[in-house]
Design a protein around this ligand. Sequence first.
Ligand SMILES: C[S@@+](CC[C@H](N)C(=O)[O-])C[C@H]1O[C@@H](n2cnc3c(N)ncnc32)[C@H](O)[C@@H]1O
Length: 261
Amino acid sequence: MIMTLNSQFQRDCEAEIEAQGSDQSLASAGREWFDRANEHKYSYHFSWLGRPIIQYPQDMVAMQELIWAVKPDLIIEAGIAHGGSLILSASFLALLDLTDGIERGEMIDPRASERKVLGIDIDIRSDNRDAIEAHPMASRIQMIEGSSIADDVIAQVKDVSAAHERVLVVLDSNHTHDHVLAELEAYAPLTSVGSYCVVFDTVIEDLPSDMFPDRPWGRGDNPKTAVWEYLKSHPEFKIDKTIDSKLLISVAPDGFLVRTA
Ligand SMILES: C[S@@+](CC[C@H](N)C(=O)[O-])C[C@H]1O[C@@H](n2cnc3c(N)ncnc32)[C@H](O)[C@@H]1O
């Protein structure tokens, strides 16, 4: 992960993260914890600034670190659900504006800010849309309803993206291999060099094969298999393993893709 400090403390942290990432007994304790927490639908029980968010707290902190390091002016997110992750991203962009404003000695009007979140979902329920549009972060958020892999949706996203300089991409919609691979083909190229394409729910590959009996995805057919396939022909992306080693408990192992070229 991009580091901004170069102190002894930072070097100690890097060594500790590497060590914990190769601690196999800790990894196996984490997997056991994960399987048991999943039985309770752990990831559904959090909210961000009042909106339900379907993420792990560890991944939310990772997103904060990425957004602070990359300083994107556009975050593209496939998969809105209740809107919590859009609000999370928008609030981190608001903090970037706040710190920019403090440095420049002038406050940035959120409605005039360049920093935006673009969300896509095949089904934006009216109660979710109303709540997102009524939220204090709403001025930063634009939503497109439609399948993230439909040609017209991809064209709209590309249009919006063309007006921005530093783009970060988050994929968290339909979790089948084919769908995520198609999303990667469409949206990963919009990721700016030095920024990230984050693919959520890669962890499905590591979970018991009977964990999602009512879903079209499972072991062998999920976001992680799509990431592995995509990377075979896209050397400009690398998995940032330091994030996995840091988080240990995450729904996105092998899913934090940094664009290096
Ligand atoms: C896991 S939820 C998203 C959670 C959200 N990112 C969060 O963290 O709170 C997945 C969402 O993907 C949407 N979805 C499913 N298939 C889709 C598709 N083909 N295109 C776009 N969105 C899709 C679903 O409607 C659902 O709202």
